[in-house]
Design a protein around this ligand. Structure first.
Ligand SMILES: *Cc1c(COP(=O)(O)O)cnc(C)c1O
Length: 437
């Protein structure tokens, strides 16, 4: 469920016409819905209400200050993966005592920062890291709260690049070794064993792998609670969203893909997991990124040219893989719709099999291939749907292209929450040595 829909043939984000935003702010442009962000958070929060829990949004999916503030206001904690993210969360008004810190490569500076700010727990991913956290905590005369990330060796059955819970992945410590690690960690005087964490992957569209991992890890969490007094178990993030048929409003049905996938709703997720988790009596953490932000954002782009080669109909747009990397990186599907629908657009005879591509000098710079789309022309705007997660955050300046602007909509209000990057900023921190003059 989200708040992008067609009204009288025009795409709206909540009560704001998306075309009006494109005209005012130019393109490429990310547009986020405050109502969708909040609703997604609340649905998951409510579904977990039978257990003591904390939802920790993953800023790595979308870390715009306004998005973080929206979630902080809703009561969210945060699942950070770098010192930079911690600083961003604090800058946005987030509470460090509701932050958990994941990642396989935490530096001494990052550990020091997190200790000084008083985070809820480090999710440690190796014994050398535990030794390092202990050392930094000793220097600061503190006790660092620790959870260890267990790798349950369960295949999340998602894209290879976002599967994280098998022994082929760099993440966590093997299930069989965890109890030994807790025994040794308990002897490190500047660590306090507070929890256990897992995260098996991203964009999971079925409950099976979560259930399998939880069934395997719950008894371990119970033993660790008895022996080491841990107080929480984090089941990680990974709840998937519908990328296909992302527009649910009745009048957009014709975009529905026949390959429609099951979507994991918070209700389904909680119905299976809560009964497994409740008997533990531990505080349950979840770390959703995509589920909160994915369907809460779209990317607007303008058609520059239509190039018909006899073999292909290329729709060349002003957004590219530097703005939205997912199709190039993961072969991912984003639904593409014009901002204005014309009568008869839904008829096959008015559609044309198209490749929507960006201006970047790489063949991987495409948003879709051979997809039936209504005929569009120069100057028309298109929206790439479900671009709110792993969209802007992965943007780069490749081909010396500035970062796109971002707008947040709430009801009838729309505000630029990140200005389009001024072009000179792209080389502002560079210099030419004297000896080249
Ligand atoms: C990326 C990540 C998440 C969020 O994943 P989503 O699939 O976006 O929910 C949660 N926890 C950890 C440790 C992560 O690395």
């Amino acid at each position: 469920m989200h708040d992008f829909s067609f009204k009288r043939g025009k795409l709206y984000c909540e009560n704001v016409s998306v075309a009006s935003l494109a005209k005012k702010h130019g393109s490429p442009l990310y547009v986020y819905s405050h109502t969708t962000l909040t609703r997604n958070f609340e649905q998951l929060d409510d579904a977990l209400s039978p257990v003591d829990h904390l939802v920790c949004y993953s800023p790595k999916a979308n870390s715009n200050l306004a998005v973080l503030r929206t979630l902080a206001n809703a009561g969210s904690g945060f699942d950070i993966v770098s010192g930079g993210e911690l600083r961003r969360v604090i800058a946005a008004g987030g509470d460090p005592s509701k932050c958990v810190f994941a990642g396989v490569g935490k530096s001494e500076e990052e550990i020091e920062l997190a200790l000084k700010k008083g985070i809820y727990a480090f999710n440690a991913e190796s014994e050398p890291e535990l030794i390092r956290i202990n050392k930094v905590a000793r220097l600061l005369k503190k006790k660092a709260p620790i959870a260890v990330r267990v790798n349950p060796n369960v295949d999340a059955k998602t894209h290879a690049k976002i599967t994280t819970g098998t022994y082929d992945n760099k993440f966590g410590i093997a299930f069989e070794e965890i109890e030994g690690v807790y025994e040794r960690t308990a002897k490190l005087k500047h660590l306090h064993l507070r929890g256990l964490q897992m995260h098996i992957g991203s964009q999971l569209t079925e409950i099976g792998p979560f259930e399998k991992a939880a069934n395997k890890i719950v008894p371990l969490a119970k033993r660790l609670a008895e022996k080491h007094g841990i107080e929480f178990f984090s089941i990680g993030g990974g709840v998937g969203i519908a990328y296909e048929s992302a527009l649910e409003s009745g009048d957009a049905k014709w975009w529905r893909s026949p390959k429609r996938k099951n979507v994991l709703t918070p209700a389904k997720y909680a119905a299976k997991l809560v009964p497994l988790l409740k008997p533990l009596g531990l505080r349950i953490l979840v770390e959703p990124g995509r589920f909160i932000a994915g369907n809460a954002g779209i990317l607007i782009t303008r058609v520059e040219y239509v190039k018909q080669t006899g073999v292909k109909n290329f729709v060349i747009v002003d957004a590219a893989m530097n703005d939205l990397a997912r199709p190039a990186l993961y072969d991912s599907f984003h639904e593409i719709v014009p901002l204005t629908r014309k009568a008869g657009d839904h008829r096959k005879k008015n559609q044309i099999s198209s490749d929507v591509v960006g201006p970047i000098c790489e063949s991987g710079d495409y948003f879709c291939k051979n997809r039936p789309l209504p005929k569009v022309g120069e100057g028309d705007y298109l929206a790439l749907l479900s671009a709110g997660a792993y969209g802007f955050v992965m943007a780069s300046n490749y081909n010396v292209r500035p970062f796109p602007a971002e707008v947040l909509v709430k009801g009838s209000q729309a505000e630029v929450v990140r200005k389009r990057q001024p072009i000179k900023q792209l080389w502002a921190s560079e210099s030419v040595p004297k000896w080249l003059e």
